[in-house]
Design a protein around this ligand. Sequence first.
Ligand code: ADP
Ligand code: MG
Length: 466
Amino acid sequence: MLSLRAVARQNGFAIRTQGLKAIGTRHIQTRTVTDGDIARLAAKPLHPLTLADLCKFGRQPLSTKDLLNNANFTLSILPSRLAHRIQSLRSLPYIVVANPNVNKIHNNYVHSLSTLLPYAERHIETLEEEIKFTEAMADLVQTHSNTIAILAKGFLEARKYISAKEVTAFLDEHLRARIGTRLIAEQHIALHFSSQPHNELQDGDTQQHEDSSYIGVIDTELKPASLVRTCENTVGEICELRYGVRPTINVVGSPEATIAHIPMHIEYVLTELLKNSFRATIEAGMEKEPIEVTIAPAPATEAQTAALKAAKRDDQKDQVLQKHAVGVISNYDQGSVDAASGGNYKPDVASSPNIRPLENSTPGVTIRIRDRGGGISPENHAKLWEYGFTTFNEDEINDKTSSGGITALDVISGGAGGGSSLAGLGYGLPLGRAYAEYFGGGIAVQSLWGWGTDVYLSLRGVGRVD
Ligand code: ADP
Ligand code: MG
């Protein structure tokens, strides 16, 4: 029997999936959302959420009081975040909002807000209420799980009425905000299941033990090299099934390095980056050349180490950690990120004052993925960070196996051959970068046109609170 921790280690999504299965969403109450509700909630300033907030009530073992506190904290920030999203969707050109797919996403947000409103005016005081609230969180996570594909389809259908630049500006803000909203909901679900008295997971050893490296969805001892291998398997399988070949990966550098981060975020980004490298490798007929993945930990800066050493008492240490804490999530939610800022990216993760100094753990890791897939032409390089930019054409990649014409719409609806695709939405790089930047990391793409591509994924450890 696997422990929750072991399951979660194997699969960053495990906590969430198991949680949703175990909890169901049968008892969800809703309340009608009025325009007045939306205006009132959206007028509230966005809470500047930090990672410390996410972990504040997450120390193990989790008490009932911590759990209720976390529920009320979650409740205090989610409704206004949803209202902001609804307003932002409504401010798109009318003909775009009227598109059935874009409209579906709008309605999903209204639905989610309607499940939170019954709680919004009161405090969660009992475990019964907390369980119902966790169901509402599970409903929220489930309702919005297909957003990317649906929005991609909607914007593709509406492309006559809105420019690629406007789409990118909207999606960059919207999808970054979505990362934060899901994270807050998922964190509550994960904490719910890690709290010992009401651990509802089925059979066996499912409790999160005190030695667990997890605080909710955050793994404080995440090993990027292991995730590279997990993602290599996923992507390798797609390649084998669809193209009959499977490029290989050499992991070099410091595969033992660990950081504190959110496994499901890194897994998403690595999968997208590996899909790109595997695809380029196959298209160039270079499967014999292994893709090289280098794991390079970054040390803490001298200032950070000195500040931590100078702090004698625990509360002083906490202050230093708080000051350097990464994860001022709302920066991105307020749309302050320039979507086209790819060129300004600085891969030196160690030089940022935002890195949270960690004793015994690296503050950041850079992962370089080097393929021999022929690189990216200068014209295409300029468009890499546009949502929807793709050079994918299944006819070309498939000329050995020859299939009919497949459009981007088929790829999105999972049609034409079914199953996962190696590419096609043109969302991998921009959305991957949104995830990486969420906690102060980044993605930089360096192409050697005619030869291959180096992608630098830098991650900053999100810090430890215990
Ligand atoms: P998609 O993979 O759906 O096309 P992405 O955002 O992941 O969308 O990538 C956009 C485009 O960037 C790809 O279609 C491809 O042309 C180019 N690209 C990305 N990574 C690589 C790579 N490693 N080698 C060659 N081209 C790449
Ligand atoms: Mg891709």
